[in-house]
Design a protein around this ligand. Structure first.
Ligand code: HEC
Ligand code: HEC
Length: 279
């Protein structure tokens, strides 16, 4: 009964929201939202400060914590140059030649357009500085040497091209949808041959659905407007609501999509080769 009531209230709320897309005007802030940077760098569950980091990521390789990306000079990235910021996003390389773990999806961001990086950097400069120290990753000793990331990159990382199609760019590059919706092989590498076909083992151990347009196992039965509504308020075609990690992806990011970008993503997904994941 209570659940039904809650669902009804949520449904009503979402219904009233449906007409009002959330908007951010500044380009850098928009990219930060669509890129999912806010969700990963703000410890929402523990009321953490905006972009101050500290979000825990449990992976089969250990627990990683996102760093502070506010413009604080000591604990954030206030002292960074634009070149250093660009290298972090596109090469997974930090100041002083440190190599990032791929839990930071620089593998996807490597194809980010220079003008988008400029906008991000400019916006991050203006965000409130928060003096919060970074938390050390909790990983086995042999992974604490960042040289392993250099080796990993040498073996598996190839900077991605920038897709010309807007929808493809938003999905593969900024939205890094593959990070969750594409299965992984050994060493945590994504199996791009199975692009967006879902996985039994998502980042939090929960399954992530197939979002190719297969009619049975994917989103083949969803209409364009249903997809766009989902990105705006998380409502599924059967009027149920999004859960799990996708709820945060929408709430901290996709609900800000401009109508033309939402359309571009939906079009791109609907245009993919349908792949059935039925055994
Ligand atoms: C899936 C979660 C996730 C997403 C999405 C993400 N990050 Fe991160 N980011 C991390 C983690 C974890 C690290 C730390 C990696 C390490 O220590 O090797 C990191 C590191 C960084 C660093 C390096 C900071 C430092 O102090 O060395 C910067 C800069 C950064 N991210 C910016 C961004 C921006 C900008 C975006 C969006 C375009 C973004 N991140 C999206 C998780 C994420
Ligand atoms: C952090 C992981 C994560 C990221 C990143 C992510 N997703 Fe999802 N997505 C999920 C999970 C988990 C679900 C299942 C949600 C649920 O159980 O309600 C899901 C569900 C969906 C669904 C609904 C499918 C269905 O059959 O219910 C669509 C559509 C979707 N995602 C599109 C996208 C797009 C487009 C992107 C990139 C812009 C994206 N997702 C990025 C984890 C993610």
């Amino acid at each position: 009964m209570l659940r039904a009531l809650r669902l009804l209230l949520f449904w009503l709320w979402a219904f009233t929201q449906a007409g009002y897309a959330q908007t951010v005007t500044e380009e850098g802030e928009y990219i930060l939202r669509i890129g999912g940077c806010v969700a990963c760098h703000t410890d929402i569950d523990n009321d953490g400060a905006y972009l101050a980091g500290g979000v825990a990521f449990d992976t089969p390789f250990g627990t990683f914590y996102s760093p502070n990306i506010t413009p604080d000079k000591n604990h954030g990235i206030g002292g960074w140059t634009k070149e250093q910021f660009t290298d972090a996003l596109t090469k997974g390389e930090g100041p002083g030649g440190i190599h990032y773990y791929p839990v930071f999806p620089f593998t996807a961001y490597s194809g980010t357009k220079a003008e988008d990086i400029d906008a991000l950097f400019a916006y991050l400069r203006t965000a409130p500085a928060v003096s919060q120290p970074n938390r050390a990753h909790d990983v086995p000793w042999y992974l604490q040497f960042r040289i392993v990331n250099k080796v990993w990159k040498f073996l598996f990382f190839e900077p991605k091209a920038t897709p010309a199609d807007r929808g493809e760019y938003l999905v593969k590059t900024l939205g890094h949808c593959d990070e969750c919706h594409t299965p992984r092989g050994w060493f945590g590498t994504l199996d791009y041959d199975l692009h967006l076909t879902g996985t039994e083992e998502g980042p939090d151990g929960e399954p992530v659905p197939n979002i190719t347009p297969d009619r049975e196992t994917g989103i083949g039965r969803w209409g364009m407007s249903e997809l766009k509504r989902y990105f705006r308020n998380g409502m599924l075609p059967d009027r149920d609501f999004v859960g799990g990690l996708m709820a945060e992806v929408i709430d901290e990011g996709l609900k800000y999509l401009r109508p033309e970008d939402s359309e571009a993503i939906a079009k791109y997904l609907k245009g993919l080769e349908p792949v059935s994941t039925k055994e």
